[in-house]
Design a protein around this ligand. Structure first.
Ligand code: ADP
Ligand code: MG
Length: 627
């Protein structure tokens, strides 16, 4: 059900459940209810809301088409492509900055913030305005609502901070997020590919400013993203720029100057002409080009054929095909092993793009649905499932990188393995290492490597208030819970006292697609060395514990031990102590193993004496019959 009415305290609270594609260039909403799937638009209007925000001198911000129009006149105060900055720090996005007409600064948490007029606006706030506009238009069509619940889509490579920023934007917009879903997964849902049995799917998404290709597998209605590739600076805008350059070249020949062809007014007008011509060529073999700016002395009329346009954009389209090949190779698949190709994004309406994709994958892509609408329709399908609708399969995402905890000596204990379907949780028992240790610091790590220093720390927190006890006595249960939106909560609880402490991982700097990929590759290439390092760390830790026990009990047990045992203990503890002092990097794991085994061997008589005395004191004064 997409639309339900609840009776709460005699008031009818109207709920709507929609899907929202919050795009870099365009955003829109869809619903899937008893009337079937459809995008939502006011009567006679396009469902598409350009993802653009105009900040006026005073009064409310303009969003969508009105803001797009203002962008032509007043680009300095018009925010566009804000999605690129969601959950990102200034460092992550510095390559994008020189193209922007407005200035970008940082919040005190090192997140991007725009400076427009005297206002500071975060990407979340700008996205909230866009979501609000999309949401309002949707509920108007549906006859109003008190509560808007939505499934919102994000690119497959969006990491936790970027997803969190999206959730925050929705919250600011007064929209309750049912789930964050990845865009390629939504595209597959729109085509109902979850219900077609097992298979491999390529989703080719060419939007306004970005290109993404994702390879997914579907098994029992569950999608798994096998690989992603793409270019965050390649899309329909580049096709527009190619046409602009073509027009500039013709105008130069006609005697205009470079200065005339570079004014903001000329460029804004040329951009509109170019985009219109590009869209026109989807259905026509030839289109007219016209720029009329009498005040700038420009009156341009020309024609552009489909062939000339294809020659202009050919190299760009080829680049997308190279990415497709890479994504396939990363997923260890060949074009023959793909079962479906899905086209997404406004730019896939271009016939040349369709043709090249078909050639590269050797299979006809799905084009039945409007590529501008596929993602929103898929989000609506997911929303419908979540509210108990049509399909009974559970749709799950996976976590791209493993999550774990730093343990003694800098080793990593993996709590949630990469590719685990979410939501999921895992609990493990830990204990203290030192005598009377009353606190424990937990370091939460993300990555595939075996040592903490090679992984990414997502956050640290402390469990305090553990009562003083001998080392190894406290029982601490640590639980990792990754919810359906990919948000991680870690809880630590000391069992005897019940003291708990927890953390929900705070968005920090984002990881790029490339960084995730690098972390995975490094995990594979260093697997053996990592394993050895980790074993070394564990051996050192074990020896530390053994030495503590020996030192604590030796004095009391000495009278019961012979000289040979004492000498043995003396040598092996010295060697072990040296190994510990030098650290795990100083020796290879086999020699550490020998040192550890020798220490264990030498301490066996001591252990026997201790056991003996424990048993003696336990049974002293007791009748044999009590035993
Ligand atoms: P995003 O995912 O980046 O928000 P969209 O999927 O909405 O973007 O795609 C927007 C891009 O699609 C724009 O560059 C627009 O010019 C282009 N586009 C829309 N319709 C057509 C068409 N008929 N032919 C070619 N390009 C189109
Ligand atoms: Mg898109």
């Amino acid at each position: 059900m997409g639309y339900i009415e609840l009776n709460v305290l005699d008031n009818v609270v109207k709920h709507v459940v929609i899907g929202i594609d919050l795009g870099t260039t365009n955003s829109l909403a869809a619903i899937w209810d008893e009337n079937g799937p459809r995008v939502l638009a006011p009567e006679g209007e396009s469902p598409i809301v350009p993802s653009i925000v105009y900040v006026p001198e005073s009064g409310k911000a303009l969003v969508g088409n009105a803001a797009k129009a203002m962008g032509v006149i007043d680009p300095e105060h018009t925010l566009f492509s804000v999605k690129r900055f969601m959950g990102r720090g200034l460092d992550d996005v510095k390559d994008n900055l020189n193209l922007l007409p407005y200035s970008v600064t940082e919040t005190d948490r090192h997140l991007v913030q725009f400076q427009v007029r005297n206002k500071k606006i975060t990407p979340q706030q700008a996205s909230a305005l866009i979501l609000q506009e999309v949401g309002l238009r949707a509920i108007n069509v549906l006859g109003g609502a008190d509560i808007i619940q939505a499934v919102i889509t994000v690119p497959a490579y969006f990491d936790e901070p970027q997803r969190q920023a999206t959730r925050d934007a929705a919250k600011l917009a007064g929209i309750e997020v049912l789930r964050i879903v990845s865009e390629p997964t939504a595209a597959c849902l729109a085509y109902g590919l979850d219900q077609k049995g097992e298979g491999n799917i390529a989703v080719y998404d060419l939007g306004g400013g970005t290109f993404d290709v994702s390879i997914l597998s579907v098994v029992d209605g569950v999608f798994q993203v096998l690989s992603t590739a793409g270019d965050t600076a390649l899309g329909g805008d580049d096709f527009d720029r190619a046409i602009i350059r073509h027009m500039q070249a013709e105008l130069l020949i006609a005697g205009h100057t470079n200065e005339q062809l570079a004014t903001p007014t000329f460029l804004a007008s040329a951009r509109l002409t170019a985009e219109k011509a590009k869209c026109d060529l989807t259905n026509n073999p030839v289109t007219s080009l016209r720029i009329y700016l009498p005040e700038e002395g420009i009156d341009y009329r020309s024609e552009l054929s489909c062939e000339s346009f294809e020659a202009l954009i050919g190299p760009l389209v080829e680049r997308t095909i190279d990415h497709c090949k890479r994504a396939l190779a990363d997923a260890n698949l060949t074009p023959e092993s793909l079962h479906e190709i899905v086209l997404v994004g406004g730019s896939t309406r271009i016939p040349l793009v369709r043709q090249q994709v078909e050639e590269a994958f050797g299979r006809q892509p799905h084009t039945e649905l409007n590529p501008n609408q596929v993602i929103a329709l898929g989000a609506a399908a997911q929303a419908q499932v979540l509210t108990g609708g049509r399909r009974d399969v559970l749709l799950l995402d996976v976590t791209p990188l493993s999550l774990g905890l730093e343990t003694m000596g800098g080793a990593v204990s993996k709590m949630i393995e990469r590719n685990s379907t979410i939501p999921c949780s895992h609990t493990e028992g830990y204990t203290t290492y030192a005598e009377n240790q009353t606190g424990l610091e937990l370091n939460i790590l993300q990555g595939e490597r075996e040592l903490a220093s090679d992984c990414r720390s997502l956050g640290k927190f402390k469990l305090t208030g553990i009562p003083p006890m001998p080392a190894g006595m406290p029982k601490i249960a640590v639980r990792f819970h990754l919810d359906a939106d990919g948000q991680l909560t870690v809880t630590a609880k000391e069992e005897s006292t019940g003291v708990t402490s927890d953390i929900t991982v705070e968005p920090m700097h984002g990881l790029t697609d490339k960084e995730v990929e690098d972390m995975l590759t490094q995990g594979y290439t260093n697997a053996q060395a990592d394993f050895d390092n980790r074993r070394s760390v564990e051996l050192i830790t074990e020896m530390g514990t053994m030495l503590q026990a020996i030192n604590k009990n030796l004095a009391a047990a000495t009278p019961s031990l012979d000289q040979e045992t004492l000498d043995d203990l003396q040598t092996t503890t010295t060697t072990a102590q040296t190994a510990i002092t030098q650290g795990p990097a100083a020796a290879d794991k086999d020699s550490l193993q020998k040192t550890r085994d020798a220490l264990e061997q030498a301490s066996l008589p001591l252990a026997a004496v201790l056991m003996d005395s424990v048993v003696k004191s336990a049974v002293s004064g007791k009748d044999l019959a009590d035993l």
